[in-house]
Design a protein around this ligand. Structure first.
Ligand code: FAD
Length: 307
């Protein structure tokens, strides 16, 4: 019940100001977003790699309103890549980007987002790592997939994300599996209408399994983005049936969620990548994490009351 309300609030400017200004917010946010600057995230990268895990780093931000902000987002990623170059972890520290942060929703946004993301993908390739395009709300996806295809002409390792809750995704998965893409499959984190998306949790889970099967049987590299123990077990079984070796797919989870499971999968020999977000514009990302598990919201509210 609470999930959709929180997701609606994630798009409200009033709520953004209220939540961001609350003095008790930061310690709660820290659980999911461990820093605001590159300097703060570098030790997290080192610690994560030291534990035998890998990362995909997200400089948080979305729904920007000016081309200058989009250029600023591009520069924030370029600054991150400069630092990753010194660390030398290659694909163990890759990046995830949201095209809305690169200007996708502005006038001429498709071209602007492509122009801003290309130098990031180029710089990542130059230090031996990769970029994955996150999936945002359904209205943005045709543009995201077109940009993904364009980038893959020069950088075939560029990944993208598909969302099991959308009716369109099985067809997207078939296309991406046939052309050998790196694809992260997730359940989906946005508030989507019944015309385009399953609303029922068990329907979403069933769709996830159908889509994961398509990816595992295809030519690409599946990235299983989920904390759901059933889907993780099914993922392992589907990989086994498809004859995939341990380095021919990977698991991905979010920083701060089921951390002991990250270590368990890595200890079993799986490639386990932790999606690690950092930056100052954390509101939208944080609210989606609250929406996924309303108990997080109770924890947040309680910490506000007891301060
Ligand atoms: P759920 O059924 O939601 O969760 C299973 C269990 O995991 C829960 O019972 C709980 O124990 C734990 N859990 C899950 N979420 C939380 C939480 N927030 N706090 C505490 N515990 C939790 N969505 C997009 O729409 N686009 C993207 O590009 C995208 N990228 C992602 C990248 C990664 C690596 C991951 C893991 C998720 C991403 N998501 C993205 C979010 C995704 O769509 C889901 O909203 C999220 O993963 C929750 O679904 P679940 O599969 O973990 O299953």
């Amino acid at each position: 019940m609470l999930g959709p309300v929180i997701l609606a609030a994630s798009r409200s400017d009033k709520m953004r100001k209220l939540v961001s200004a609350a003095p008790v917010t930061r310690p709660v946010v820290n659980r999911f977003i461990p820093g605001e600057t590159v300097d703060q995230v570098v030790p997290i990268v080192e610690e994560t790699v030291g534990k035998g895990l890998e990362l995909t780093l997200d400089v948080v931000g979305e729904d920007i309103t000016t081309p200058e902000q989009a250029a600023h987002a591009r520069d924030a990623y370029l600054e991150l890549i400069e630092r990753l170059k010194d660390l030398g972890h290659g694909t163990k520290a890759e990046m995830s980007v949201k095209l809305s942060m690169f200007g996708q929703s502005l006038d001429g946004g498709h071209e602007l987002a492509l122009a801003n993301v290309r130098p990031v993908v180029e710089a990542a390739a130059a230090i031996g790592t990769t970029v994955t395009l996150d999936a945002e709300d359904h209205t943005t996806l045709d543009s995201m997939f077109a940009i993904h295809e364009e980038l893959r002409k020069d950088f075939p390792q560029t990944g993208c994300v598909i969302q099991a809750y959308l009716f369109r995704t099985e067809a997207d998965a078939r296309r991406l599996a046939a052309n050998g893409s790196r694809v992260r499959i997730v359940k989906g984190a946005y508030k989507e209408p019944a015309e385009v998306a399953y609303q029922d949790k068990s329907e979403i889970d069933k769709a996830y399994v159908r889509i994961l099967k398509i990816l595992m049987e295809g030519e690409g590299y599946p990235m299983i983005g989920s904390h759901d123990p059933r889907l993780i077990a099914i993922g392992q079984e589907l990989a086994r049936r498809a004859g995939r070796k341990l380095d021919e797919y990977e698991f991905q989870m979010l920083y701060g969620i089921r951390s002991e499971e990250h270590l368990r999968l890595a200890a079993e020999g799986h490639r386990m990548r932790v999606y690690t977000a950092y930056g100052t514009d954390w509101y939208g990302y944080f609210m989606r994490r609250l929406a996924e598990k309303p108990a997080n919201l109770l924890f947040f509210v309680r910490s506000m009351i007891t301060k």
